[in-house]
Design a binder for this molecule. Structure first.
Ligand SMILES: Nc1nc2c(ncn2[C@@H]2O[C@H](COP(=O)(O)OP(=O)(O)OP(=O)(O)O)[C@@H](O)[C@H]2O)c(=O)[nH]1
Ligand SMILES: [Mg+2]
Length: 472
């Protein structure tokens, strides 16, 4: 990690707090509408479940213009929680909201968490819990579920397990879960869930470890934390939190930048950690803490037509990049599928009469039904991701451009998943996520074969303008 320049205000807070045993860290950026509830739930969890420890809640905010920090300061104080829960804790709960400094000129969720790590280390906490500030479904028990395995079970890293709607968590389902599982052999179902428990030892490891890039300062942070815990040999478990309900996001509309930051990070880490994964075959379960829950998360609408169109459009501007970053057979398969996506998008528009005046966006179900024949097979998607691991090793300077060109292919894959699962419940859709994860394991020899093969000379990448001209 680069040296941290903590602001004087943060240093003052550390001096004031002196020590803590358990800390809840909450990164935020424009979450005024939701963070008050998260803070109250965190306070209640600390007071109710850890009355004998010295607790602190730290909000690390981006300086949000919507007054997120003020909401935290104005939210009912710990005394409110003590009153409603009839608890008299040994130590008063401390609460802080501060503005985090950028890391090497970059701000984002990762930079927010870095300040949280610095404070946790300075206060010498035994357990750090981090939770997102847009959560609706957090309850006080989450604090126990995330810190309990560390304080009672000797674990260092606690990843969340939650019921998410089949259309939520698409970056997790398509890349971070199957790739982490196949590379490192651990079935961590939510490696970028955002709600984690971390031991004091692992916090110190995070602060010493290298590989902190600009993407890690943004949304690369979650996969960096998980991978760092796994590859440094820390004890990892999962914890059953129930449903994850948070600000909804349509993968085609909202998740492009996040995808790029997460996937660039996981690929760079894969290259750096080859010695940790090359000998691993198959995978095993990771212990899970907490009582199981049966909850149906709320549905999430996805614009299937937009996903199909973006995949097709990608082929018009990025085909040469696809050919540079993928093995020839994979690139050929992807170009064929992108063409099908274009045809299918037209058919959906016609079938649902979307060009009629006044036609709104049809439901996910109607679009998925109309596009029923479209399919990006597990096998092709797996090879795409493995080819990108090789590209990340061979042309690290082009990785950002390659991952940007992967976004439309990811959209195609998500469309295919939504279509395939159109008649399945969230539970049954999970079977398809597992099937894909097994495919990643099954094709690991393909990755190893490519990793060990002598490098082949690459063709230069055409500029987008030249590509668009040649595509016409
Ligand atoms: N400090 C800071 N926090 C951010 C920034 N962007 C997002 N966050 C926080 O990071 C957390 C997760 O962000 P979300 O936008 O909810 O991400 P998401 O798409 O829901 O991600 P998943 O929960 O992993 O599916 C929230 O607590 C945000 O407030 C940022 O630029 N700065
Ligand atoms: Mg969220």
């Amino acid at each position: 990690m680069p040296d941290t320049v903590l602001t004087p205000a943060i240093r003052d807070e550390i001096a004031r707090l002196e020590r803590a045993d358990i800390m809840v860290g909450i990164p935020s950026f424009k979450n005024a509408a939701t963070i008050g509830y998260v803070v109250r739930a965190a306070q209640a969890g600390l007071v109710q479940y850890f009355p004998d420890l010295r607790p602190v809640v730290v909000n690390s905010d981006a300086g949000s213009p919507d007054g997120t920090g003020r909401v935290v300061v104005d939210t009912e104080p710990p005394e409110y929680v003590e009153r409603i829960l009839l608890v008299r804790p040994t130590n008063k709960l401390a609460r802080v909201s501060l503005t985090y400094p950028e890391v090497d000129g970059v701000g984002g969720k990762g930079a927010a968490l870095r300040t949280i790590f610095e404070i946790a280390a300075a206060l010498e906490v035994q357990a750090l819990v981090v939770v997102d500030s847009d959560l609706r479904s957090i309850v006080p028990e989450w604090i126990e579920l995330l810190a309990g395995p560390i304080l009672k079970g000797g674990y260092d890293f606690v990843a969340p397990l939650y019921a998410r709607h089949k259309h939520d968590g698409t970056i997790t389902n398509t890349v971070t879960y199957p790739l982490t599982r196949a590379l490192y052999g651990l079935r961590i179902r939510q490696p970028i869930g955002g709600d984690f428990g971390v031991s004091g030892d692992l916090v110190r490891q995070y602060l010493k470890s290298g590989g902190w890039t600009n993407e890690v300062s943004r949304f690369g942070i979650d996969i960096w934390m998980t991978t760092e815990a796994v590859t440094s040999g820390y004890a990892v478990c999962q914890t059953r939190l129930g449903a994850k309900v948070h600000d909804p996001k349509d993968p085609g509309a909202d998740l492009g930048p996040m995808f790029r930051q997460v996937v660039t990070t996981i690929l760079r880490l894969a290259v750096a950690n080859v010695d940790r994964w090359r000998a691993i075959h198959g995978s095993h379960d990771v212990p899970a803490y907490g009582f199981e829950r049966v909850i149906d998360p709320p549905p999430l609408e996805v614009n299937v037509l937009r996903l199909l169109s973006e995949f097709h459009l990608g082929s018009l501007t990025m085909a040469a990049t696809w050919r540079a970053m993928l093995a020839p057979a994979t690139a050929e398969a992807i170009e064929g599928l992108a063409a099908e996506a274009g045809t299918m998008a037209d058919a959906v528009r016609n079938r649902l009469q979307m060009d009629e005046p006044g036609a709104g966006t049809p439901t996910t179900a109607a679009m998925a039904e109309a596009a029923a024949a479209f399919d990006v097979p597990d096998e092709v998607w797996t090879r795409v991701i493995y080819d990108l691991v090789i590209a990340a090793r061979d042309e690290p300077e082009k990785l950002e451009a390659y991952v940007a060109a992967l976004v439309p292919i990811y959209f195609g894959r998500v469309a295919s998943f939504v279509i395939e699962n159109r008649d399945r419940t969230t539970d049954r859709a999970e079977d398809q996520v597992e099937r894909q994860a097994r495919e990643f394991e099954r094709q690991k020899p393909y990755l190893l074969e490519r990793w060990d093969a002598p490098p082949t000379p690459k063709q230069p990448i055409a500029t987008p303008a030249a590509e668009a001209a040649s595509a016409r």
